[in-house]
Design a protein around this ligand. Structure first.
Ligand SMILES: Cc1cc2nc3c(=O)[nH]c(=O)nc-3n(C[C@H](O)[C@H](O)[C@H](O)COP(=O)(O)OP(=O)(O)OC[C@H]3O[C@@H](n4cnc5c(N)ncnc54)[C@H](O)[C@@H]3O)c2cc1C
Length: 404
């Protein structure tokens, strides 16, 4: 076994971040991606201060902040346009130690991939775990080029992770959350608007500016699993949101029906027993898929990646003369699970509670929700931000100082 070889399965946000973090620790990293290229879905992603601090650890935080739009003042609205609550970007940045930023997913993937050595990422290369290995035995994977061995495998194979099922076949798996989402990226509307998230009866719409003159809009509505519009998804969005406040109709008129992304929302309400088995560590949606209601799925994948590299430590056999401590998967990966499982379980549950609140459909419940949101925002603006306490204020672990 090559002692310092790490194989990452999946080149999404979590897998690429893990690859960069391990590369910086001297691991020889190969990323195997099933898709033919790295082009991610055409949508934006919000990165809160927690994941930006993780990106700072691998030297990419400033680049991300440079290429992202920093969230300005905005708030929550009712479908007719009434403001229910205002958000204060400065107060949020002061509370959590930095701004929330928004960028196109393709930009984030590009930044991450460019921090890897040439040839580290192989596309069109689906991989499956043959044996997770243990402290004495390497892990083995099946790849298009045959079987390979690795000292460490990072399974970042996304929400429908086959690795999750291989490692934990008894786990009940994904559950449909009762709602579906749409995402679009289009040129910004001519009439100005403030960033907003608007909650209606069993429906939600958000609009956020990107840095390049486009906007990222997302929508969610209760729907049976697997449903698709008989005509096209833009027509469906017009039926559901066409009479909502500015800028929603203007955005919909600019949307190319072929560019509308629609995904049903699934999550993992039952936590896995661990995020590792043998030499294989799960991360991101593979480990803890959550509803998008807190905008934390990708943020948590980035946190996972940096914490995993922290516990994996320097690559074992890269500096033989320096007698680097050996990599003991049972210890390193148990520490990773110990750090990440409780935190992400709490966030998965909070995302589910918030998602249920946003998807309330009965008129009296919706009216009560609007009244409460308005009251909370008037009498205690900090209360809205407090919902992100313990999430956006997270700091990455710091490597213990070497004893003299
Ligand atoms: C509507 C919506 C809005 C969201 N907004 C936000 C947001 O604002 N902020 C945020 O932080 N999160 C957000 N999320 C969540 C976020 O998109 C996910 O949590 C994040 O993309 C997960 O990253 P990942 O790397 O774990 O998985 P993915 O990005 O899904 O990557 C998995 C990769 O593994 C590959 N793969 C799968 N199987 C194999 C195999 N056998 N071999 C090789 N490769 C394989 C796939 O092709 C894919 O490239 C949102 C989600 C939705 C649905």
């Amino acid at each position: 076994m090559e002692q310092h070889r790490a194989v990452v399965v999946g080149a999404g946000i979590g897998g690429l971040t893990a690859a960069v973090a391990l590369h910086l620790k001297g691991w020889q990293v190969t990323v195997l991606e099933r898709a033919a290229d790295l082009a991610p879905v055409g949508a934006g992603i919000g990165l809160a201060p927690n994941s930006q601090r993780a990106l700072d650890v691998i030297g990419l935080g400033d680049r991300v902040r440079d290429l992202a739009a920093w969230q300005g003042d905005g708030g929550m609205r009712a479908p007719g346009g009434r403001w229910l609550a205002r958000t204060d970007a400065k107060a949020a940045a002061a509370r959590f130690g930095g701004p929330l930023v928004l960028l196109h997913r393709a930009t984030l993937v590009e930044i991450l991939a460019s921090a890897l050595p040439d040839g580290a990422v192989r596309t069109g290369a689906a991989a499956t775990i043959v044996d997770p290995g243990d402290d004495r035995r390497p892990a083995r994977l099946a790849t298009p080029d045959g079987e390979i061995e690795a000292a460490l495998v990072v399974a970042a194979d996304g929400i429908r992770s086959a690795t999750r099922h291989t490692l934990f076949p008894e786990h009940p798996g994904l559950r449909y959350a009762g709602c579906t989402t749409w995402r679009v990226v289009v040129p910004a509307p001519e009439r100005p608007f403030a960033p907003h998230e608007t909650w209606g009866a069993g429906r939600l719409w958000g609009t956020q500016p990107l840095k390049d003159g486009r906007i990222y809009a997302y929508a969610m509505a209760t729907a049976p699993a697997g449903g698709r519009a008989a005509d096209d998804e833009r027509a469906e969005l017009l039926r559901l949101f066409g009479d909502w406040h500015h800028p929603v109709p203007e955005i919909l008129s600019a949307v190319d029906p072929d560019q509308v992304l629609r995904h049903d929302v699934h999550h993992l309400p039952d936590p896995l027993p661990a995020f590792h088995r043998g030499r294989v560590a799960l991360l991101g949606d593979a480990a803890h898929a959550m509803m998008p209601s807190l905008g934390q799925g990708g943020n948590q994948a980035i946190e996972d990646a940096v914490v995993l590299a922290h516990h994996a430590g320097p690559a074992p056999a890269v500096h033989p003369t320096r007698a680097a401590p050996g990599f003991l998967p049972s210890r390193a990966l148990a520490a990773y699970t110990g750090d990440r499982l409780p935190r992400t379980t709490a966030i998965v549950r909070k995302a589910a509670r918030t998602g249920a609140l946003t998807m309330l459909a009965a008129r009296p419940a919706v009216a009560l929700r609007s009244t409460l949101v308005g009251a909370v925002s008037r009498f205690g603006p900090g209360l809205v931000l407090r919902g992100f306490d313990g999430i956006a204020d997270w700091h990455p672990p710091v490597a213990p100082a070497r004893s003299a």
